[in-house]
Design a protein around this ligand. Structure first.
Ligand code: ADE
Length: 236
């Protein structure tokens, strides 16, 4: 579908990683999307190819240099690139299924993966980077967060998922958690498959699944349950 992903990282060996396997890997092989990986260090100019420097004002760690990172971005993404430029960071907007769907509907993404203590703020402003977090915990770099983001986006691209889970019977698309699933045998360690599921009555099965999805959402995620009931489930 022509979705183009470009990743900027100091650890290009981390890609494609899991994105080269399974659903996303097969989609990559089919040409449903493309992945280009650029080493930020290739944009360094000095003899030691340095990409970071000490924080202005003092303090621990190192900061990624604005000039080097901007050159890396400009090399893969011209000023008129229509693709959003994401910077993976725990300070960012939380990734959710709505953002995933919006990204999948666009032409692609450029994703900058940070390392060290951070990135010079001026390159975030100057290159229009959108900060995105995958959750309230701190990873040692943006690479895994970029892979999580791309995995979630790629499975929504046209042709990638095929028949199963075409994306809308799915919990998060409906704003609910998934109903329980079972497969044979009918009895396992004394536990039975709910008889309704083997009844062949697809109307009752649909109603049972909806009721179970609602129960599980209410019990486990009151925040999602409130949004679902208000009709503002965050996925729509
Ligand atoms: N980099 C480090 N931690 C991160 C997180 N939680 N989300 C996105 N990028 C990150």
């Amino acid at each position: 579908s022509g979705f183009r992903a470009t990743v900027l990282t100091l650890y290009p060996e981390m890609f494609p990683g899991p994105l080269g396997l399974s659903l996303s890997g097969r989609a990559l092989d089919r040409g449903d999307w493309s992945l280009d990986v650029a080493n930020i260090r290739d944009a360094a100019t000095d003899r030691h190819r340095s990409v970071d420097d000490t924080p202005s004002g003092g303090g621990p760690g190192m900061v990624m240099r604005a000039d080097v990172v901007a050159r890396a971005i400009d090399t893969v993404s011209p000023a008129d690139d229509p693709r959003p430029r994401l910077y993976m960071s725990p300070r960012g907007r939380r990734l959710d299924q709505r953002l995933v769907r919006d990204l999948a509907a666009g032409p692609g993404v450029v994703i900058l993966c940070g390392r060290f203590e951070g990135l010079d703020e001026r390159v975030i402003e100057g290159r229009g980077l959108i900060e995105v977090s995958i959750g309230d915990y701190v990873l040692s770099g943006g690479e895994l967060a970029a892979q999580v983001t791309l995995d979630a986006v790629v499975r929504l691209l046209p042709g990638v998922m095929g028949k199963i889970e075409s994306g809308s019977e799915e919990s998060f698309e409906a704003g609910l958690l998934e109903y329980p699933q079972y497969t044979r045998p009918q009895v396992w360690e004394g536990r039975e498959i709910p008889e309704i599921l083997t009844s062949g009555d697809h109307g009752r099965i649909r109603a049972w699944r909806r009721a179970e999805a609602e129960r599980i959402t209410r019990e486990r995620r009151p925040d999602l349950w409130d949004a679902y009931r208000a009709g503002t489930d965050g996925t729509t």
